[in-house]
Design a protein around this ligand. Structure first.
Ligand code: ATP
Ligand code: MG
Length: 402
């Protein structure tokens, strides 16, 4: 069994599209494949026409009952999608897993344990992650042999990629975990100059990690998802199908190259180190997205550096500062409960480092939900780990003013 986690903190960069269609193509190649949806948004079920109201149990139930007396086994939650292709769907309860596992030992290992116990019959397990960094993504990382980072070929993605790679490097170095990290250029539109330049830059900076396969922008992939089908069923002669077949073959070639290595043995012998490092990594990830774990206070940055580096939301007496990175944006606003979700009134202005946008506003005590509006596009705050699903199936960021 080889576990491939599809991860990127950036929302909408194509993770689910990659996870679904890579799984489908591995299955077509005769590999028994399980797709695990670790995103509470449940987009895999939607993209594969699994009726959400009929999902009685999900990967959440398997994980939460893992160390209990009455366990839910993986086979009880799995849906067969096609020959060789099964889905372990997600559910909204997954969003609460982090709190529910608080205080448990090795809580970052639940998915890994579950897969080792129940998923031995699969050749591949592909894990689709949510765009936020937290315990769910960390569980996927800890279970993974391969990490696949789809990078939409645009400037914002490059910034997110750098942070993602730093996080993964910490994992690799500190945990001594044998994870292979692959970057996948996705949604590539050869007709645009920016996309071509980004690809050249990716090749320059990440040579060795960048996969040869490129997933092109292909409307058939979008249509397939809206019809609830993988590309293998929706249009097997499309360019999208060709790209994902190539990706499946490239990933299979890595497996052959790794054959013979006993990763499990290595992990078992290093469990203690890994567990300690896991906490450090969570702290590192939180630092990257603007939270303040204890480890941040121990770093030796100057106060000026800290201020300049700050992204996220923070309270200063009766005011709250919102800071985010949007290089190249023309207008960045914040809309939320505090301003009637008006996408135009609360404007951020350029402040500090290039591309850093900031506003501070007076806010009374309370709990607020908000999103940024960047050149008219709504998006969650990528530096705030506190999120909740909204009625559109997207994430609102959450802020508590005390
Ligand atoms: N190669 C592609 N060609 C065309 N459209 C694509 C491609 N990849 C993804 N899309 C479309 O882009 C949108 C976002 O893709 P997707 O849902 O896979 O991203 P995601 O990273 O999983 O998002 P989230 O972070 O919310 O989980 C979807 O509408 C999807 O159909
Ligand atoms: Mg997704």
């Amino acid at each position: 069994m080889r576990v491939i986690a599809v991860i990127n903190q950036k929302g909408g960069c194509g993770k689910t599209t990659v996870a679904v269609n890579l799984s489908a193509c591995l299955a077509v190649q005769g590999r028994r494949t399980l797709l695990v949806d670790m995103d509470p948004q449940s987009h895999c079920a939607v993209g594969l026409a699994v009726p959400e109201d009929q999902i009685e149990a999900s990967i959440y139930d398997v994980m939460i009952s893992w160390d209990g007396e009455s366990r839910t086994e993986l086979k009880h939650v799995v849906w067969q999608i096609a020959q060789n292709f099964d889905l372990a769907p997600s559910s909204i309860e997954l969003a609460a897993l982090e709190q529910q596992l608080a205080g448990k030992d090795r809580r970052e290992d639940y998915l890994r344990n579950v897969l080792h116990e129940y998923a031995g019959g699969y050749n591949y397990v592909v894990v689709d992650c949510s765009p936020s960094v937290g315990l769910l993504t960390f569980n996927a990382l800890r279970a993974a042999d391969d990490v696949l980072i789809p990078v939409e070929t645009g400037y914002f993605s490059l910034h997110g990629l750098q942070r993602q790679l730093e996080t993964l490097d910490v994992l690799k170095e500190q945990c001594r975990q044998d994870v292979a990290i692959h970057i996948l250029a996705s949604m590539y539109d050869v007709r645009t100059k920016l996309a071509r330049e980004i690809l050249t830059e990716l090749r320059k900076q990440y040579n060795g990690r960048l996969l040869q396969t490129i997933v092109n922008f292909n409307t058939k992939l979008k249509e397939a998802a809206s019809f609830g089908q993988p590309i293998t069923e929706y249009d097997s002669s499309s360019k999208g199908m060709g790209d994902f077949q190539a990706l499946a073959k490239e990933m299979m070639a890595f497996e052959e190259a790794h054959a013979g290595r006993s990763r499990l043995h290595q992990l078992e012998s290093n469990l203690e180190t890994i567990s300690q490092s896991a906490e450090k990594l969570i702290a590192h990830s939180k630092e990257a997205i603007g939270a303040k774990p204890a480890i941040v206070q121990k770093t030796e940055k100057t106060v000026a550096e800290k201020i300049d580096n700050f992204y996220g939301v923070r309270q200063k007496h009766d005011r709250v500062e919102f800071a985010t990175l949007c290089p190249g944006a023309k207008e960045v606003c914040v809309a939320g409960d505090f301003n009637g979700w008006d996408p135009h009134t609360a404007r951020l202005s350029l402040n500090g480092r290039p591309g850093r946008w900031m506003v501070d506003m007076p806010l009374q005590q309370g709990r607020y939900r908000y999103r940024y509006v960047v050149d008219g596009q709504w998006q969650q705050d990528p530096y705030n780990e506190k999120i909740e699903l909204n009625e559109f199936g997207e994430y609102n960021s959450v802020l508590e003013v005390v």
